[in-house]
Design a protein around this ligand. Structure first.
Ligand code: SP5
Ligand code: ZN
Length: 341
């Protein structure tokens, strides 16, 4: 299977609030580099750079003004005299106005985010646009007839909504690829999200649509980030009613229960009969992940890949989360090799 990778991801190395201090983010450049090293060591296949795409192709999954915000945020921020990374500090929750876009960057950071997990840095736009371009390049490869491709995206994307960054995500790479598949002639697209965290952004982007089915296995939001999204009763709206399928699972879920949920997902996907599958591939379901709460072992990721192969669909794998840096390369390659059989 071909892997698409860009060194541009290294230009984004952010911070997050942890233990009452600003510290380097769990989502760091070493993640992509260790995955790349394992892809090479396992001789999975060719590693190629992505093709640059116009940012207008990110619109559809996202609004035009949000894409513009991301593109300009660092220069807007530094224009106010600040030199450190930009983090939002206020959000338009419940009783505040969320219908008016603030003019200044301090307000705009909150307006366009859900948490303080996605800092804007000098290299953020370069990294996130390159990451989205890998997903677009991978989708083109799959639509040209390849059985599968792997977009080694970093930063990840599945928490990013139509007008929202958060959870280490900015541009929703998987959703951008799914949208592009539709533009290029696919009638029905499935996005299957196996990251530990609910892909609230992807859900939100396609919630009112029946042409993209979103299916997600994740930690129950009663206990797990992102807390405010991912319940089983979120089934879609309007034309999209019945085309959003959440399978929240308990903390501590191991392979037997995970596999059972995957079979339920498989039935829903089979009934939908999609033309193409996008897998939001997070490996933070790993038993030793530092921020997550499932118990998949490394060998289980092979079984996950085998299970997905049985679906028999052209498949684009898009990298999402996974924070046990020493092991994520092996776990990702296990999925991809399991898929290839
Ligand atoms: C793409 C993705 O996987 N995003 C995940 C974002 C999770 N952000 C919240 C992390 C909360 C971490 N709590 C740390 C506890 C460590 N002891
Ligand atoms: Zn995650």
């Amino acid at each position: 299977m071909i892997t698409y990778y860009s060194t541009e991801h290294q230009r984004h190395h952010g911070v997050e609030l942890k233990d009452a201090a600003i510290k380097p983010s769990f989502e760091n450049p070493g993640r992509a580099d260790t995955i790349l090293a394992q892809v090479r060591q396992a001789a999975l296949g060719a590693v190629q750079p992505g093709q640059a795409h116009d940012s207008s192709l990110y619109v559809g999954a996202h609004s035009e003004r949000y894409v513009r915000f991301l593109q300009q945020a660092w220069s807007d921020w530094t224009a106010t005299g600040q030199t450190h990374d930009a983090l939002p500090l206020i959000w338009p929750v419940r009783d505040l106005r969320s219908d008016l876009e603030p003019a200044t960057i301090d307000g705009r950071l909150g307006f366009y985010s859900m948490d303080a997990g996605s800092p804007i840095t000098a290299g953020t736009w370069a990294a996130i646009s390159a990451s989205a371009d890998l997903a677009l390049t991978g989708m083109a490869t799959v639509q040209a007839g390849a059985p599968a491709a792997f977009a080694l995206c970093r930063p990840p994307g599945h928490h990013a909504g139509p007008e929202m960054m958060g959870g280490y995500c900015y541009l929703n790479n998987a959703a951008i690829a799914a949208q592009q598949a539709r533009r290029q002639g696919a009638q029905r697209v499935v996005v299957l999200d196996v990251d530990f965290h609910h892909g609230n952004g992807t859900q939100s982007i396609f919630y009112g649509r029946d042409d993209v089915l979103f299916v997600s296995l994740h930690g129950d939001p009663v206990h797990c980030y992102p807390y405010f999204s991912g319940h089983a009763d979120e089934t879609g709206a309007g034309a999209g009613l019945g085309f959003n399928f959440n399978l929240p699972l308990s903390k501590g879920t191991a392979w037997p229960a995970y596999q059972a949920a995957l079979q339920v997902a498989a039935q829903r996907v089979q009934a939908y009969a999609p033309d193409v599958l996008v897998v939001s591939l997070g490996v933070d379901t790993f038993e030793h992940d530092p921020i997550s709460h499932f118990r998949l072992a490394s060998a289980d990721f092979v079984r996950l890949g085998e299970s997905l192969a049985a679906w028999g669909l052209p498949t684009l794998f898009v990298m999402e989360g996974g924070y046990m840096v020493d092991d994520i390369g092996r776990n990702v390659v296990n999925v991809l090799q399991g898929f290839e059989g």
